[in-house]
Design a binder for this molecule. Structure first.
Ligand code: PMP
Length: 407
């Protein structure tokens, strides 16, 4: 593993070259919200619209064949990326939120009954909490929550105590978007399996930082968004085991998801189309394939080591600033440094950083129960990706020093 050439990699992301706040170089530290897009993705989308824009699967002409072939190749890229057993287990969605809602509407509302239990963790994004609350309201099932310590690490003994014969599903994030905690998903999955429960892993924050092999993990569903993985917005994936997806009813009706239709009734298409009603986000899915092909062509282990080194440096230097308090200090983290500054609301810190060209996220990060558990109104969150540099860290720290003097 040799040191990656981050300068050459950055040059593939046109947006990173722009300035902000007049002439300040952009320091983009909002990667947990969405990543920037490399030329490989921008050009793949551009090429689709310029060269072969047409609808997929039903066309009788060459453009439609071409679009179908490239979009289905993107599905194969996803299948290889997460080591799914087959392409048909890869459902294209609009993102993590839609993927979770699909399982909550289709699987949970069909198979759960009053008294059943779903376990989520204290670290969940609202996307992996609210759909389960809604499914519980509809079915009479109950939601239980894995506790955590003040560092933002899940309490596995507390988790095991919650597991029992009523547990039907464990829905847990792989990486926390608010704190960066990497959860021990292998242990979480293994314990759920011993209790006979299914497991859904929310990989929204994991896929661009950690290798994911759904078969080795042993989970039942794995979900993620394209836009946090260098791909266009409005794209995402639900991976599920075939037996489960086959047993689940469709959730959206319409074109593409049917086999035969009469006025009285319909029969449904095979996987994955059963869950893909209507015209898909063809350009986006093609962009997702291009993003995965681009990412997997990199030395991902070297890029992960680069990111980890940056996170360690950022954490050490920022924590040394008087009045700055890190929020979330788990031993195993990726990408995210969340913090508060004495005497300042997170939004004010964010605005002052923005004026210096530094883009971060502030607020509750769609994790209101987690913020409540930590006793904070929200945080300032800096999050790294593969293209960040030491220079970004220097500018971020200098900007924080200025904010401190201003307060
Ligand atoms: N889960 C996690 C852990 C996330 O970070 C996010 C996005 N912030 C989501 C779910 C929702 O993703 P999307 O908005 O792309 O559907």
């Amino acid at each position: 593993m040799s040191a990656p050439d981050i300068g050459a990699l950055r040059a593939q992301f046109p947006l990173l070259a722009r300035t902000l706040a007049g002439d300040k170089p952009l320091v983009y530290l909002d990667n947990a919200a969405t990543t920037q897009k490399p030329l490989a993705v921008i050009e793949a989308v551009d090429d689709y619209y310029r060269q072969y824009n047409s609808n997929v699967h039903r066309g009788a002409h060459q453009l439609a064949d071409h679009a179908t072939q490239v979009m289905e190749a993107a599905r194969t890229s996803v299948q290889r990326f997460i080591n799914a057993r087959e392409d048909a287990e890869v459902i294209f969605t609009r993102g993590t939120t839609e993927s979770i809602n699909l399982v909550a509407c289709s699987w949970a509302r069909t198979f759960l009954k009053a008294g059943d239990e779903i376990i989520v963790s204290a670290l969940e994004h609202h996307a992996n909490l609210v759909p389960w609350q809604m499914a519980c309201q509809a079915t009479g099932a109950k939601l239980r929550v894995i506790p955590m310590n003040d560092a933002g690490e899940l309490d596995l003994d507390g988790y095991r105590a919650l597991l029992g014969e009523r547990t039907r599903l464990v829905a847990c994030t792989h990486v926390s978007n608010a704190l960066g905690t990497v959860n021990p998903v292998r242990d979480i999955i293994a314990a759920a399996k011993s209790a006979g429960a299914l497991v859904l892993i929310d990989g929204a924050q994991a896929v661009s930082h950690l290798p994911v092999d759904v078969q080795a993990l042993g989970c039942d569903f794995y979900v993620f968004s394209g836009h946090k993985l260098f791909a266009p917005t409005g794209t995402g994936v639900l991976w599920g085991r075939r037996e489960l997806l086959d047993a689940m009813p469709p959730w959206h009706g319409g074109g593409e998801m049917i086999e035969t239709v009469s006025y009285e009734t319909s029969t449904y298409n095979k996987l994955p189309y059963k869950f893909e009603a209507g015209t898909p986000h063809i350009a986006g899915n093609i962009g997702l394939g291009a993003a995965i092909d681009w990412f997997t062509a990199q030395d991902r282990a070297a890029l992960a080591a680069h990111e980890d080194a940056l996170l360690a440096e950022l954490t050490a230097r920022a924590t040394a600033i008087p009045g700055l308090k890190p929020v979330g200090t788990a031993r195993h983290k990726v990408s995210v440094f969340s913090f508060l500054m004495d005497g300042a609301h997170p939004h004010d810190v964010g605005t002052l950083l923005d004026q210096q060209g530094v883009a971060v996220r502030t607020g509750h990060h769609c994790t209101m129960p987690l913020m409540q558990r930590l006793g904070v109104p929200g945080t300032v969150r800096a999050s790294l990706s593969v293209y960040n540099t030491r220079d970004d860290i220097d500018r971020f720290i200098a900007a924080l020093e200025k904010v401190r003097k201003f307060l």
